[in-house]
Ligand binder design. Structure first.
Ligand SMILES: [Zn+2]
Length: 295
């Protein structure tokens, strides 16, 4: 029986999450503009293979391919009628790769439309959408939940309430500072730190974002605003486009690996990578973390 995720974090152990889902699936043939969740049903071998590649690279935690798996987001992908099937199958695929040594984290991304009055989504509908996805992930057997790439404190707050209403699993809420050290809605790491601590999550995160330096600054700001453990999955640098119009990320695996000691020194408890983080990048990150473990 494996030790619980939170026990390991609370005993001070540093854990390795995984790398990117979307950008790696695109490298493996997923067309641009097609939702990753479509492959959960139509090309599950590739999802399974990506999970296995991250585990071979050293991940202690893998995230389900359900980032866009809320009803509101799936509607935008033409998959709204498949919500239970996609979220359940995605957990099965992750669990199959993870066995009993690696944790499966249920990924919950933003709804893809803003809340009223800035966008079309009613608060009540947002709550129901998060609740349904989270309940499905929990029932399918994830070990923890990760509400990620958030940018709006109101939307994240609704997702957290929805999680609390249907699940007792460890809960991570992670924001994306894609304006450097602000989210696209202007949220600062210190605000996220304060509000998410009050909202009652177990870990507060930073994922995606822009450059490693900016993400590191965001980490330092977040650390000052909360005593909760920190989840840290920065991008592999900024995206550009290759000659086929597919995104390429600027950092090499060894360049990302070289930064990991700073992330740990600044207080990250879980590290991994977001967009552009291939299994090779993840291996470079994991080897740095595993060097710090007492044998
Ligand atoms: Zn990302």
């Amino acid at each position: 029986m494996k030790k619980s995720f939170l026990d390991r974090i609370q005993s001070g152990e540093k854990l390795v999450a995984d790398g990117a889902t979307g950008s790696n699936l695109q490298k493996r043939g997923l067309s641009m503009g097609v939702a990753s969740e479509r492959w959960v049903l139509e090309n599950p071998e590739q999802i399974l293979r990506l999970h296995s590649d991250f585990i071979s690279a050293g991940s202690d935690i893998i995230l389900t391919c359900t980032f866009g798996g809320s009803s509101i987001r799936l509607e935008q992908s033409g998959l709204a009628d498949k919500i239970v099937e996609i979220n359940t199958r995605a957990v099965e695929l992750a669990r199959q790769a993870a066995g009993d040594k690696v944790y499966v984290a249920g990924s919950v991304g933003p709804l893809g439309h803003l809340l009223k009055p800035l966008g079309p989504v009613e608060e009540e509908d947002a709550f129901k959408a998060f609740q349904q996805q989270i309940q499905t992930l929990d029932a399918a057997g994830v070990d923890l939940l990760v509400i990620e790439t958030q940018f709006d404190l109101a939307e994240a707050g609704i997702a957290i309430k929805a999680a609390h209403s249907v699940s007792k699993l460890p809960l991570v809420c992670s924001f994306s500072y894609d304006r450097g050290t602000r989210t696209m809605m202007g949220v600062k790491p210190s605000q996220a730190g304060q509000e998410l601590t009050e909202a009652g999550v177990d870990l507060i995160g930073i994922n995606c974002g822009r450059s490693l330096n900016e993400n590191l600054s965001a980490l330092q700001m977040l650390r000052k605003s909360t005593d909760l453990p920190i989840w840290f999955k920065p991008n592999a640098g900024s995206p550009g486009l290759d000659d086929q119009g597919k995104p390429v990320y600027s950092l090499k695996p060894e360049e990302m690996g070289a930064e990991v000691s700073k992330w740990l020194a600044e207080g990250a408890s879980v590290v991994g990578g977001c967009c552009g983080t291939s299994p090779e990048h993840l291996a470079a990150i994991a080897s740095e973390v595993k060097q710090t473990r007492v044998l």
